[in-house]
Design a protein around this ligand. Structure first.
Ligand code: NAP
Ligand code: MG
Length: 491
C-alpha cells in the first residue's frame, strides 16, 4: 500500500481561512495481505463457502483486500473451536495467567498502533487524527483495563462467586471497527469466556489485524475467533445452539430481529443500538466553547457515532449569536483525505451510507427546514458529505426523530428547562445527551431527568474504559465499559 490519496484538504477546502499544505500520513509501513481467510482456532483458514468479497477504501473507491465470506458451516467451525478452547484451556487456566495474555494483546496493539491507525483510516474513512489519537489508544486501553480485572473478579462482585458463561458471539458495526472489537473481546476474555467475533462487511481489516496480534500474543488457539461475512453470517452466529451469550452493536432494526430469534432460548444478550442525542446549550454558557463542543458532538467521525449530538437545543437568548458562530466554524472545517493530519472530516463509510444521508438531507429540505452547508469543496472521488445544519426544525420532523448517522445537525430553540427536557426525551432513543451550562446545579437537575445512558456536561464524545456506556428504550440494554461491562459476561 504505497499509493497516496490525492484528495488533499488544501485542495478540497479552498474557502477555509487558512490553506494548509497537504500532510498525508505515510502508508509504506503497513502490511496487508491481498486475501484474508477466517481466523479460526488460532489460524487463518480458507472459508468452507469458498467465497471472498472485496473491502475498499471509501475515500478513493479503490479495492484494498479480499476477505472471506463465512457461511453456516464456517460459523459452526468457529463456535466449535471456541467451545473446545473454553472447556480444555481457558476455563481451567488460573485467572492471573489469563490476565497476562490480555495485557500482552494490549501491549502488541500499542506497538503496532501506527499501522492499525492507518489501516482504520484507509478501510473506514475516518480522519487519521481520530484513529491515531482516539480509536487505537482507547482500544488498547480497554484491553489493559480489563486485564487488570481478570484475577480480581471476586473483589469486583463480593460474595457472588462470579463464573464465565461459555462461548460469546459478538457482532459489531462499521463506525469504530477496532474499538468495538476491543469493547467486546476484552471483558469477555477477562471474565473467562471464549469468543467468536464478526466485524462489519465494509470495515473488516483492523479486526483481522487484531487476529494477527492475537496470534502473536500466543493466546491459546480458539479462545478468540474472528470471522468475516455479511448479515447472514451474523444471523448464523445468533442462531447457533452452542452460543451462550450474544453481544450486538448495530442498528435498532437488526437488534429487534436478534431479540426475536433468541426468544425462549437460554442465551444471554446485550444490545447497543441507535441513538439521536440531544445536545442542550443554556444561555449562561461560554459560547465559543459550546460551539467547539457542538462541532465535536456531530461532525466527529463524520457523524457515524451512535451517541452523536445530532439534535441541538439552544436557549433563545443566545440562539442568533451561537448559530452565527457555528456557521463560521463549520466553514473552517477541512473535509477530505482521511490520511491527512489536517483533515477534520473524512469519508462517509460507504456509498450506501452516503445515499442514506443524502436522502435525509432532501427530506429535511422538503419538510421545510432551513438548510446551511459549509462552503467546502468536496473531493471528486470517494464518498464525502458537507457538514450540514438544519434550522427551524420541529419535533415532528423526520430529521429530528430518525437516526441519520451522518454529519447532519437539526437545530431547535427553547425557553425553559421543562420544555427542553420534554423535547429531549420525546424520542424513541435514549443513548446519550449533552448539557452546556455554567451552573453545576443545572447539570445535576438535567442528568437526573434526561432518559439517556450517558450525559456529558460541558464536553461531548468522551470515552474511558472505566466508564460504562449503553442505552435506554430503542437504544438497547446492557452496559459496556467499566465494572458494569463485566456483568453481562458472568453468571
Ligand atoms: P447493522 O446493519 O445493524 O449491522 C451491525 C452488524 O450486524 C454488522 O456486522 C452486520 O453485518 C450485522 N448484521 C446485519 N444483519 C444481521 C442479522 N440479521 N443478524 C445478525 N447480524 C446482522 O448496523 P450498521 O449499519 O453496521 O451500524 C450502524 C448502526 O449501529 C447505527 O444504528 C448505530 O447507531 C449503531 N451503533 C450503536 C452503537 C452503540 O454502542 N449503541 C455503537 C455503534 C453503532 P454486515 O455489516 O456485514 O451486514
Ligand atoms: Mg472498507
Amino acid at each position: 500500500m504505497s499509493k497516496e490519496n490525492t484528495n488533499t484538504p488544501a485542495a478540497s477546502n479552498s474557502s477555509s481561512t487558512w490553506a494548509y499544505a497537504p500532510a498525508p500520513e505515510d502508508t509504506k509501513h503497513i502490511r496487508l495481505q491481498k486475501q484474508y481467510g477466517l481466523f479460526i482456532n488460532g489460524a487463518f483458514v480458507k472459508p468452507n463457502s469458498k467465497k471472498y468479497f472485496a473491502t475498499s477504501s471509501p475515500s478513493t473507491e479503490e479495492k484494498i483486500a479480499e476477505v472471506a465470506e463465512a457461511n453456516e458451516k464456517d460459523v459452526d467451525a468457529a463456535v466449535k473451536a471456541a467451545r473446545n478452547a473454553y472447556n480444555k484451556t481457558w476455563k481451567k487456566m488460573p485467572a492471573k495467567e489469563r490476565a497476562k495474555y490480555i495485557f500482552r494483546i494490549a501491549r502488541l496493539m500499542q506497538e503496532r498502533a501506527r499501522e492499525l491507525a492507518v489501516i482504520e483510516s484507509i478501510d473506514g474513512g475516518k480522519p487519521i487524527r481520530e484513529s491515531r489519537d482516539i480509536d487505537v489508544p482507547l482500544a488498547a486501553n480497554h484491553f489493559f483495563y480489563y486485564a487488570g480485572w481478570a484475577d480480581k473478579l471476586q473483589y469486583a462482585f463480593p460474595g457472588k462467586n462470579p463464573q464465565p458463561l461459555g462461548v460469546a458471539a459478538q457482532i459489531i458495526p462499521w463506525n469504530f471497527p477496532l474499538l468495538m472489537a476491543a469493547w467486546k473481546i476484552a471483558p469477555a476474555l477477562a471474565a473467562g469466556n471464549t469468543v467468536v467475533l464478526k466485524p462489519a462487511e465494509t470495515s473488516p481489516l483492523t479486526a483481522l489485524k487484531l487476529a494477527e496480534i492475537i496470534q502473536d500474543s500466543g493466546l491459546p488457539p480458539g479462545v478468540v475467533n474472528i470471522i468475516t461475512g455479511f448479515g447472514k453470517t451474523g444471523a448464523a452466529m445468533v442462531q447457533h445452539p452452542d452460543v451462550n451469550k450474544i453481544a450486538f452493536t448495530g442498528s435498532t432494526d437488526v437488534g429487534k430481529i436478534i431479540q426475536k430469534t433468541i426468544a425462549g432460548s437460554n442465551k444471554k444478550i446485550t444490545l447497543e443500538l441507535g441513538g439521536k442525542a440531544a445536545n442542550i446549550v443554556f444561555e449562561d454558557v461560554p459560547i465559543d466553547q459550546a460551539v467547539e463542543g457542538i462541532v465535536n458532538g456531530i461532525f466527529f467521525n463524520q457523524g457515524h457515532v451512535c451517541c452523536a449530538g445530532s439534535r441541538l437545543f439552544v436557549q433563545e437568548g443566545i440562539a442568533d449569536e451561537l448559530i452565527r458562530k457555528l456557521k463560521d466554524r463549520m466553514n473552517t472545517l477541512i473535509v477530505g483525505n482521511p490520511l491527512d493530519k489536517n483533515t477534520d472530516i473524512g469519508a462517509i463509510n460507504s456509498k450506501e451510507q452516503l445515499d442514506k444521508i443524502s436522502s435525509y438531507i432532501k427530506i429535511g429540505v422538503n419538510e421545510g427546514a432551513e438548510i446551511f452547508q459549509s462552503a467546502c469543496v468536496l473531493p471528486k472521488k470517494g464518498y464525502f458529505c458537507k457538514p450540514t445544519l438544519f434550522l427551524h426544525t420541529s419535533q415532528s420532523h423526520r430529521i429530528v426523530q430518525e437516526e441519520i448517522f451522518g454529519p447532519v445537525l437539526a437545530v431547535q430553540t427553547f425557553r425553559t428547562i421543562e420544555e427542553v427536557i420534554e423535547k429531549a426525551n420525546n424520542i424513541p432513543y435514549g443513548l446519550s445527551a449533552g448539557v452546556w451550562t455554567d451552573k453545576g446545579s443545572k447539570i445535576f437537575n438535567m442528568t437526573s431527568k434526561l432518559r439517556a445512558g450517558v450525559v456529558w456536561a460541558n464536553t461531548y464524545n468522551k470515552f474511558d474504559p472505566s466508564s460504562p456506556f449503553g442505552g435506554y428504550k430503542e437504544s438497547g440494554f446492557g452496559r459496556e465499559g467499566g465494572l458494569h461491562g463485566l456483568m453481562p459476561y458472568l453468571q
